[in-house]
Design a protein around this ligand. Structure first.
Ligand code: PGA
Length: 256
């Protein structure tokens, strides 16, 4: 489960939320990997607040470049030094809000993995693309181009997030059927790009208005392995409920 805090909170608020989330999740973090993604300037205080827990901290983006004359960008080494071990790459608010191309997303993926980070690679179709019947095609295109030159070994550090753009921050989540279909398609694509065991083992998480009301249903779907949570990660009881739904899924898997 990822908590994508986006461009919210000040330093004191971030420390308070990280500490309260840590406290609330308690033993859930032994069953579910939980990563918080604060803004760059908040990575260090959040990492300090989570030190000694099973929770991790990630960056919401990274530069495709290692260092140099790239005004305004932040490198993987910089976020790692601040305490981040994960990075979100290709979030739709960057693809569509900042015109990040498939190629740039692919370069960032290689840079982050090469730097030893774990990544959450986001893919997802817009409303128009879905209505035109192109959802699967768009998701597969984004997946393929992001993974060009990514080795099978590096795939152990990749989580894929299916985030339909029309579901992000709108309160309209994907239907269970649509989410399952999209995840299944992505898994099949991973199997064909690499091999069947890898397709089975890569975690594919859902993002887009995940909340306490829909988390149990969405997290129980066969090909949904967790979630990337925006708005609900800013409210401790909501994030707790969503993480508890993921923990219930883990428990059900272990019982089989
Ligand atoms: P949301 O955001 O949960 O607020 O829809 C999800 C995301 O952007 O990762």
């Amino acid at each position: 489960m990822g908590g994508n805090w986006k461009m919210n909170l000040d330093r004191a608020g971030a420390v308070k939320l990280a500490s309260a989330t840590r406290e609330a999740l308690g033993s859930i973090t032994s069953a579910v990997d939980v990563v918080l993604f604060p803004s760059f300037t908040l990575i260090e205080p959040v990492a300090t607040a989570l030190a000694g827990s099973a929770m991790a901290v990630g960056a919401q983006d990274c530069s495709a470049e290692a260092l140099g004359a790239f005004t305004g960008q932040v490198s993987c080494d910089m976020v790692k030094e601040a305490g981040a071990t994960w990075c979100v790459i290709g979030h739709s608010e960057r693809r569509h809000g900042l015109a990040e191309s498939d190629d740039l997303v692919g370069e960032k993926v290689l840079r982050a993995l090469g730097s030893g980070m774990k990544i959450v690679l986001c893919v997802g179709e817009t409303k128009q693309e879905r209505e035109a019947g192109h959802a699967h095609q768009v998701n597969v295109r984004q997946l393929r181009s992001a993974l060009v030159d990514v080795t099978e070994e590096h795939m152990a550090h990749v989580v894929v997030a299916y985030e339909p753009v029309w579901a992000i921050g709108t309160g309209l989540s994907a239907s269970p059927q649509d989410a399952q279909d999209a995840h299944h398609q992505l898994r099949r694509e991973l199997a064909s790009l690499y091999n069947a065991p890898l397709g089975d083992s890569v975690r594919i998480v859902y993002g887009g208005s995940l909340n306490p009301a829909n988390a149990s249903t969405l997290c129980a779907l066969p090909d949904v392995d967790g979630g990337l949570v925006g708005g609900a990660s800013l409210k401790v009881p909501d994030f707790l409920a969503v993480c508890a739904a993921a923990a219930a899924r883990t428990a059900a898997n272990l019982a089989h």
